[in-house]
Each structure stands twice: as structure tokens, then as C-alpha cells.
Ligand binder design. Structure first.
Ligand SMILES: Nc1ncnc2c1ncn2[C@@H]1O[C@H](COP(=O)(O)OP(=O)(O)OP(=O)(O)O)[C@@H](O)[C@H]1O
Ligand SMILES: [Mg+2]
Length: 313
């Protein structure tokens, strides 16, 4: 399948294992530091490419080392970056993650993330693709008003469409997002996002309230697996039991795995199981793309689990 991902680009700078949490006016040391490709959209793009999909990325970056790093990483994964816009007037986004044994603090400079606009995306850019994936609705303040029209253009061009909203730092969630859903085939909120967007605390009620007769809503529940309402039927899939190293990007890896199966015509439940495997595998290394599997990797993971289940009978 030819897949276009339109979205944000940023690096993640991970400062690992602080001696003490930073305080104003003081300096603290960390044990290690790692620079990785960040951003929900790019992590999903890499997940899809690892699974053998043909992926193109459209986004905006500055003309700086962070932008060069993002492009190099995408290229290394075989992703077409000819639609990435390098704008010298902005800086590439960066998230710094200061991590300890049990928690982390994130500090983000949005930079180019909020500067991509619908006017940057020519109609020709959407030609020749089977599917469009977009994510990170709330952080992309420049693109946000254009999400709906871009999905509609993709629909008119005969593409299927998927959408991961991501977290709203203002936690306002806004009614406009729901209007966008009408042009989307698969919607991928996590449980916090589903509650915020639907205004329902109960997840089943939340899924039901977003039903519009067209959009399949697949809710990602971390260790709780995933849940969807498909043609009036509640589908639940458990998360494989793993000891996570870093859960960054598990949701984006889930999206990639789900789409890989769903685009191939597999059932919603089968796609959710594959997505859950991709999400769980991705937690086994640092960063969003550190451990995303190829098809053989998912196969081996599922087989090992089946064998373990047989042995414990
Ligand atoms: N600790 C975990 N153990 C096993 N599987 C997990 C774990 N965390 C996530 N997963 C798998 O990955 C899927 C997606 O993760 P999650 O629900 O955290 O998405 P998310 O909040 O959108 O993540 P992010 O936005 O950080 O990428 C889950 O549905 C689950 O199948
Ligand atoms: Mg997410």
C-alpha cells in the first residue's frame, strides 16, 4: 500500500536517570543521554515502513541539525521525504525528556510543529496514495483548522483515512474535532483522549457517543489493551504481558500494526491483536522507533506467546 503521513516532526532528547530532579539555580547530572526521532506522526510512519508499507512523509522542519537528524532517520527507514518542507524561518521541534526510574518530565519547544499549514499542502501532494494518516491534532495549531479539508480532499481522491488525535495540553478538547471525524475511517484515541473528546467517563459510553455511522473508533488502553465498537459490537483485545523499558510511541506503533492489517482487509479484531503486539514490542527499547518490529518480528513474538500459553496449560 502507498501511505501518506502528514504531520509533525521533532526530535526527542532523552536525559536518562537523573541523580536529583532539576531545580532552578542548580545543576544536576544524568547517567546517559539519547537523541531519537520523536513525533507521533513520524513514529507511526516508521512503524508502517518496518512492516513493509511504502510510506511518504509530509511535514515541516527548520534548516537545522534537529531537522537534518529527522530527515536522515526517515530516509534510513526507506521513507520518501520529498514532501518535507525545510523552512529557514522556523526551528525544528524538540522534546526533552528527563527520566527517572518511575517517571519523567517532558519539555517541548513546538517550533515548526505549529507552523505547518493547510496552504503548504498542494492538492498534487495527495495524488497516487491509497491511505492518509494524520496525528497530533492539538499541537499542530497551524494545521488544526485544515485537518477536516485535508481528510475531505483525501476522501475525494479515493484514499482511506486514519486519525490519532494525541493529547490536548490545554485539555479543552474542542467540538471541532468531532466534526472532522465524519471524513475519517479509523479514529485512534487513547483512553484519556477518548474521555476528553467524548465528555464521557465510561469508555463504552465514550465509544458509543462518537458513533456517526461511518467512523471506526479504536481506543488504546495501555496495559489494558484496546477496545473498539465495530458495527454495534464491542471488540476487546488484551495487551500482551511485557516488562516495558519505555512506552513512548506504543500508541503510534499500535496504529501502524492495526493499519497494516486493516488495509490488507483483515478483520477489526485481527488488526487490533496485531496492533497490540506492535505496541507491546515497541515498549522493549528506548524511544518510539527503537524496537518497532517488521512482519517476521511480530510473527516470532506471537508464536512465542502461543507456545508459552500452550506450555502453561
Ligand atoms: N505496558 C504495556 N504492556 C503491554 N502492552 C502495552 C503497554 N503499553 C502499551 N501497550 C500496547 O500498545 C497499545 C498502545 O499504547 P497506549 O495505550 O499507551 O497508546 P498511547 O497512549 O496512544 O501511546 P503514545 O501516545 O505514547 O504513543 C496498547 O493498546 C497496548 O496494546
Ligand atoms: Mg497516543
Amino acid at each position: 500500500m502507498k501511505i501518506l503521513v502528514i504531520g509533525e516532526l521533532n526530535v526527542d532528547l532523552i536525559l536518562q536517570n537523573y541523580q536529583a530532579f532539576p531545580e532552578l539555580g542548580k545543576e544536576v547530572l544524568v547517567e546517559d543521554s539519547t537523541l531519537t526521532l520523536g513525533s507521533s506522526s513520524a513514529i507511526c510512519a516508521v512503524g508502517l515502513a518496518r512492516l513493509g508499507e511504502q510510506v511518504s512523509f509530509l511535514g515541516k522542519m527548520g534548516c537545522d541539525v534537529w531537522g537534518d537528524f529527522c530527515c536522515r532517520r526517515l530516509r534510513e527507514e526507506g521513507i520518501d521525504i520529498t514532501r518535507v518542507i525545510a523552512d529557514p524561518s522556523v526551528k525544528t521541534g524538540i522534546t526533552t525528556s528527563i527520566t527517572g526510574a518511575t517517571d519523567r518530565a517532558l519539555v517541548t519547544h513546538l517550533g515548526a510543529i505549529s507552523e505547518l499549514r493547510a496552504s503548504d499542502i498542494q492538492a498534487e501532494a495527495l495524488r497516487g496514495f491509497d491511505h492518509l494518516h494524520m496525528a497530533c491534532y492539538f499541537m499542530q495549531t497551524g494545521l488544526r483548522p485544515g485537518f477536516r479539508s485535508i481528510f475531505q480532499q483525501a476522501k475525494a481522491a479515493g484514499m482511506t483515512r486514519s486519525f490519532d488525535p494525541g493529547f490536548d495540553p490545554d485539555e479543552k478538547w474542542g467540538p471541532e474535532l468531532r466534526e472532522t471525524l465524519g471524513s475519517v475511517d479509523v479514529f485512534f484515541p487513547n483512553e484519556v483522549e477518548l474521555r476528553g473528546i467524548s465528555g464521557k467517563n465510561d469508555l463504552e459510553e465514550g465509544l458509543a457517543s462518537l458513533q456517526n455511522g461511518h467512523t471506526l473508533v479504536v481506543a488504546k488502553l495501555g496495559r489494558g489493551g484496546a477496545m473498539a465498537l465495530s458495527q454495534g459490537r464491542l471488540v476487546r483485545v488484551p495487551a500482551p504481558l511485557v516488562e516495558p523499558v519505555d512506552t513512548t510511541g506504543a500508541g503510534d506503533s499500535f496504529n501502524a500494526g492495526f493499519l497494516h492489517c486493516w488495509l490488507a482487509g483483515q478483520s477489526v479484531e485481527a488488526a487490533m491483536r496485531y496492533g497490540a503486539a506492535c505496541g507491546a514490542i515497541s515498549t522493549q527499547a528506548l524511544g518510539g522507533t527503537g524496537c518497532q518490529p517488521d512482519e517476521a518480528g511480530v510473527e516470532a513474538f506471537l508464536q512465542k506467546r502461543e507456545m508459552a500459553a500452550e506450555a502453561s496449560k
